[in-house]
Write a protein that binds this ligand. Structure first.
Ligand code: 4NP
Length: 158
């Protein structure tokens, strides 16, 4: 999960998908992580407003630490998911040739029309953090359905 600062949107998506995976008992089978395209907040914990909004819906973000996306991510992960069009462009440019197909928008997995998760850091008040959760929760549920189909049957049914 990748956004600009790795303190609001991608940590939220990371925490939401992590919880869905935990609830299915698949934490050993599916790894989820997040990063930012920028260096702005490396080493920081998520924004307190993101932590609080997520906590109200049962997700825990407080242990996460921001980092910048790196070339190894394109090897290690099967999906590299951008929160908005700027992140997508950055990732497509940074992805080594064979891994460009791994880069998608998270909201490609959402049922609605919205393509980008709006950045709550840049204004919009506390409602912006709820909007992030609304968009990300729906997309992560559908993404998990896709991931389940890709797991070996023995793991999926354990
Ligand atoms: P995020 O939000 O990309 O969702 O983590 C931002 C956080 C910080 C900044 C920009 C976006 N910033 O410019 O510091």
């Amino acid at each position: 999960m990748v956004c600009l600062g790795n303190i609001c949107r991608s940590p939220t998506a990371h925490g939401v998908l992590e919880k869905l995976i935990q609830d299915k008992g698949l934490s050993e089978a599916i790894e989820v992580d997040s990063a930012g395209t920028s260096t702005y907040h490396i080493g920081d914990h998520p924004d307190p407003r993101s932590i609080a909004a997520a906590q109200r819906r049962g997700y825990s973000l407080e242990k996460q630490v921001a980092r910048q996306v790196n070339p190894n991510d394109f090897q290690e992960f099967d999906y590299v998911l951008a929160m908005d069009a700027d992140n997508l462009q950055h990732l497509v440019s940074a992805a080594p040739g064979g891994s460009k197909a791994k880069v998608q928008l998270l909201l490609d997995y959402a049922s609605g029309e919205t393509e980008s998760v709006p950045d709550p850091y840049l204004g919009g008040g506390l409602q912006g953090f709820e909007t992030v959760l609304d968009l990300v929760e729906g997309a992560c549920q559908r993404l998990l359905e896709q991931l389940l189909q890709e797991l070996p049957t023995a793991v999926r049914e354990q």
